[in-house]
Design a protein around this ligand. Structure first.
Ligand code: ADP
Ligand code: MG
Length: 242
């Protein structure tokens, strides 16, 4: 990968505080187009907070966010979505009493100049890709945990993201769907999408990513290949002390 290429997204000195808690502490983190990066760390290490800031769901108290080299710090989540930054949530944010298809239409119709027929067609194409086509009339609350994660991914795809942050896509997902999600991410990646995936399922991440970033207590403590990170003393200590 060329070192001179402009990162798709970059955090510089990114910091978030909740009361007395320094949830993310001066984080430097860059993702280049086409990368598939794992972001791991013990619970409470600041992974979700990092995603929240990098997708505009939280405004950092310090530092900068650059998207394709342009400052995006302080912009809203909808602005981040418009410039191609998408994310899913650790705790799914579906409309539980709306159908699968309706859940897909909401983000699509929220875009300027959207047309219902075209948005519906796009939604069905994504549902088909995700293996949810037959369930389009089911209320979201009737989906399994894994199917809800797939629907979240579908909702994110409606906004045509170039980079997707997935927050614990494998948590609480049955082994069959887990393998399916791995394959879907691989296909989306082969199609040119960039991913940052937070999860505790190291085996799944090892199948997906070449690069792993490790956080502990709000800081980045390692950033390298899966093998480098696995043998890193500070990483081993962070997990041992957890
Ligand atoms: P992770 O996703 O790595 O488990 P989080 O980013 O969720 O970690 O949390 C990092 C730290 O920030 C934790 O100490 C957590 O309790 C705290 N935190 C996260 N969100 C909030 C919030 N909205 N209000 C107060 N504290 C928070
Ligand atoms: Mg989290």
């Amino acid at each position: 990968m060329s070192g001179s290429m402009t990162p798709l997204i970059e955090a510089r000195n990114l910091t978030m505080r909740f009361g007395g808690i320094l949830a993310v502490n001066a984080l430097d983190f860059a993702v280049h187009p086409g990368e598939l990066v794992g972001l791991i760390g013990p619970n409470g290490s600041g992974k979700t907070t990092t995603i929240n800031m990098l997708s505009g769901h939280l405004t950092p108290v310090g530092g900068e966010i650059m998207v394709r080299g342009s400052a995006a710090t302080g912009r809203k989540a909808s602005d981040f979505a418009t410039i191609g930054v998408g994310r899913t949530f650790q705790i799914t944010q579906l409309f539980s009493r709306m159908t699968v298809l309706e859940n897909m239409l909401v983000p699509g119709l929220a875009r300027p100049r959207s047309h219902k027929a075209a948005v519906t067609e796009t939604a069905r194409r994504h549902l088909d890709f995700l293996g949810l086509a037959k369930l389009e009339h089911l209320q979201a609350r009737n989906l399994s945990g894994g199917q809800q994660k797939l629907l979240e991914l579908g909702r994110a795809l409606m906004l045509e993201p170039s980079i997707l942050f997935l927050d614990e896509p494998f948590a609480g997902v049955n082994p069959f769907l887990r393998d399916e999600i791995i394959e879907l991410v691989q296909k989306l990646h082969a199609d040119g999408r960039t991913f940052v995936i937070v999860d505790h399922d190291i085996e799944a991440l090892q199948r997906l990513v070449r690069r792993m970033v490790v956080m502990a207590r709000g800081r980045k403590i390692a950033d390298g290949t899966v093998d480098e990170v696995r043998h890193d003393q500070e990483v081993l200590r962070a997990y041992a002390g957890f």
